[in-house]
Design a protein around this ligand. Structure first.
Ligand SMILES: NC(=O)C[C@H](N)C(=O)O
Length: 324
């Protein structure tokens, strides 16, 4: 029988609705009490590590979860399930994907409906996540996100709907598997990239979204001694309004790494256009064009790379290679 560690961190999966219809955190996690679900098939160990709505989750919390999992791996655990709020779930999952050795299945899950709502998805998602974590085929696939019968990679999955239970999607690449008839079935492989075994997290890594008519004001506002890095969600295939360029140049002159992704839901940022502010010019200026990650994931990757002490070409290489 496999031993699976369930780390609970909070979120809607552990909340309930009150008489007024408001969703509120609980002192006692209703999911953690439901140990019966796979009794006799799995030895489930529970750690109620945090009870945070996921907008309260920080990189320091992510690091603590990573360190807890490292300890469990040393102790010989077979798999890990993390329950988490869905708002920042993709960021924690990707942080863990980038910082954990790829030795055991690590599965993150959550819920869109709280524990006492009709059609609550928490217990079901939790059960599926445990099944996936206990499946031999789940080894070597990086950190996985299991929601609504689908298995996604932490690298590409994103929350796409504010309330729908089918909110987690993998644009461009699709999920790598499904849970059906109480089994995990895979139909895609994920190629792994570099892992950084960090023990600290840097601050001052920002994310700014571009828009029509944008100028340099926001970029100048973050041009501070405490700024370590910046991700810009650019337009289309990876372009920016020309009025932003002088302020961006001032950041680059200070050797602050700037990563460019696209604000589009689908596709990758590339050096395609050769006009003022086009991707070709941005690349020549020294911006790192990151393929396949959304803004919040690219920010996590930049933060992890910087926290690992990477800089210059090594950092660029680490951040750039999201697809291969
Ligand atoms: N569905 C959820 O979990 C959303 C909640 N606001 C959270 O992220 O904690």
């Amino acid at each position: 029988m496999k031993t699976i560690l369930a780390i609970h961190t909070g979120g809607t999966i552990s909340m309930s609705q009150n008489e007024k219809g408001e969703v509120v955190p609980n002192d006692d996690n209703p999911i953690a009490d439901q140990q019966v679900i796979l009794q006799g098939q799995i030895n489930l160990i529970t750690d109620e590590m945090f009870n945070l709505p996921s907008p309260h989750v920080t990189p320091a919390v992510m690091l603590a979860i990573k360190q807890r999992i490292m300890k469990a791996i040393d102790e010989g655990i077979d798999g890990v399930v993390i329950t988490h709020g869905t708002d920042t779930l993709e960021e924690t999952a990707y942080f863990l994907d980038l910082t954990l050795p790829n030795t055991i299945p690590v599965v993150v899950t959550g819920a869109m409906r709280s524990s006492n709502e009709i059609g609550s998805d928490g217990l079901y998602n939790f059960r599926n996540a445990i099944l996936v974590a206990a499946t031999d085929e789940s080894y070597g696939k990086g950190v996985l996100v299991v929601m609504n019968d689908e298995i996604h990679t932490a690298r590409y999955v994103t929350k796409t709907h504010t309330t729908n239970v089918a909110t987690f999607r993998t644009p461009t690449f699709g999920p790598i598997g499904i849970v059906t008839q109480n089994k995990a079935k895979y139909f895609q492989e994920l190629i792994r990239t570099e892992v950084a075994d960090i023990n600290r997290v840097v601050k001052g890594v920002f994310l700014i979204k571009a828009y029509a008519g944008m100028d340099g004001e926001l970029f100048d506002a973050i041009n501070q001694p405490t700024t370590n890095g910046l991700v810009i969600e650019g337009l289309g295939a990876g372009n920016l309004p020309p009025q932003t360029l002088p302020a961006i140049q001032r950041l680059l002159a200070k050797h602050i790494p700037i990563v460019l992704v696209s604000r589009c839901y689908n596709g990758v940022a590339q050096a395609i256009y050769d006009y003022e502010g086009g991707g070709i010019q941005l690349k020549k200026m020294g911006m790192i064009l990151c393929q396949g990650l959304n803004g919040q994931k690219a920010r996590i990757k930049l933060l992890v790379g910087l926290s690992d002490g990477k800089h210059g070409e090594k950092l660029a290489e680490f951040v750039r290679n999201a697809i291969s």
